[in-house]
Ligand binder design. Structure first.
Ligand code: PLP
Length: 399
């Protein structure tokens, strides 16, 4: 039995959908991307969906659409995949981190409110939220808070009622990183629709995959038109192939990817269901292991979309040693997330140190993503849980 960290869940129909496109001359933007985008509007009720070639590209276009530029502050969290912070840095804006809720790993909305109040107040109150050092380009150009970028961590939406209340008080744009939350719901509302713009991603470990790909959804007509133009080298409606109204990018999604995504979207319910089943098996078989805590869901999460299965190990356990023992035993695991503020480039740029975001660091030190996909069998789940139990016993003997 070879247990994999993750596996895409593809059928012959999915593969055939790609082959059908390859047999046409239409390989870049065409009917498949239109249909793929429409599937997202149908699923979420969004007015607009814009397919792009990665989740990162989608988030970057949202940053551009929100007119975030040099020195603007965007509040986000360090407990995420680096892309959610990097897209802010691409525009030489300043990501200001707020620590997360220890239960969910999502932005702590009490802290968010304090941060926004203080940053608008200015002076010493603002200073304590800012990084120790600012890159040259931002020093002197520092402006006020322009946007919030919450992340729906591990498929559970952040707490958007307070986030949107704070945002509307200060006229901030809310960019929802829903790259891990396709199909999730907050108080009955679909993930991706909880801020001004939402973004999904389709890397092979996500709920649906296109190989590489992403999707932006929004109800904002102006932003949608702008993001469509930027995706396509800055060509606005009416521009010819060699006319470029804006500084744009090649963030287009190709037709093969869109066809694969569309085929997967048609099975979305089944795909999410099998992931939920695997999560349920894990919860059941991990229940006897005292030293680990399964993922925690909160009441506002009326639907979780299982993206990964991340457990927390007890403070008394050496997580890295446990991970190594599991790896040696054929069970791949990942510490997840490694805090963004402690990544070498972030330390260099902003002077972050250990202790700056204690909740994020604690989660980062105790989390372990287990092998997870909708294709796992109960037998595999049992094996993983058994090997965790065995490794914990073996580790105790070493202590
Ligand atoms: C997957 C993911 C993204 C986007 O990743 P891409 O590889 O660019 O598609 C962004 N944010 C989070 C939190 C993610 O998990």
């Amino acid at each position: 039995m070879k247990i994999r960290m993750s596996s895409p869940d593809l059928t012959d129909a999915d593969r055939q959908a790609v082959m059908d496109v390859v047999n046409t001359p239409n390989l870049s933007m065409g009917p498949k991307i239109d249909a793929f985008e429409k599937a997202f509007c149908d699923l979420t009720g969004a007015k607009h969906a814009i397919g792009v070639n990665s989740g990162t590209a989608g988030l970057h276009l949202c940053v551009r659409a929100a007119d975030i530029g040099v020195g603007d502050i965007v509040i986000t969290t360090p407990f995420s995949f680096v892309a959610s912070t990097n897209v802010i840095l691409f525009e030489k804006a300043v990501p200001v981190f707020v620590d997360v809720d220890p239960l969910t790993g999502n932005i702590d909305t009490k802290r968010l409110e304090q941060a926004v109040d203080d940053l608008f107040l200015g002076g010493d109150a603002a200073l304590k939220w800012l990084p120790r050092q600012l890159p040259l380009v931002n020093r002197g150009a520092l402006k006020s808070v322009k946007a919030v970028l919450p992340v729906d961590v591990f498929g559970q939406p952040a707490d958007y009622d307070p986030i949107n209340a704070i945002a509307s008080r200060y006229n901030l744009t809310v960019i929802e990183d829903s790259c891990e939350a396709l199909g999730g719901e907050y108080k009955g509302k679909p993930a991706g629709m909880l801020g001004d713009y939402g973004v999904f991603a389709f890397y092979p470990n996500k709920q649906i995959t296109t190989g590489e790909g992403g999707m932006i959804i929004t109800d904002d007509d102006r932003a949608a038109e702008f993001m469509r133009a930027l995706r396509n080298q800055g060509r606005a409606p009416g521009d010819t192939w060699l006319q470029h109204t804006h500084l744009g990018y090649n963030y287009r999604l190709d037709e093969m990817s869109a066809a694969l995504g569309l085929s997967q979207m048609e099975r979305l319910e089944a795909l999410l269901k099998s992931r939920a089943q695997v999560a349920e098996w894990y919860a059941h078989h991990l229940a006897q292991i005292e030293e680990v805590t399964p993922p925690q869901l909160v009441e506002n999460t009326t639907q979780v979309s299982w993206f990964v299965y991340v457990i927390r190990v007890d403070k008394s356990i050496n997580r890295d040693r446990l991970a190594q023992m599991l790896e040696n035993d054929g069970v791949p695991v990942r510490p997840y997330f490694a805090p963004i503020h402690l990544q070498p480039y972030m330390v260099n740029m902003f002077g972050y140190q250990h202790g700056d975001y204690p909740v994020t660091e604690d989660l980062g030190e105790r989390s372990l993503a287990l092998p997870f996909s909708g294709r796992m069998t109960e037998e595999e789940v049992v094996t993983v849980c058994q090997r965790i139990a065995d490794a914990l016993v073996a580790a105790q003997k070493l202590d």
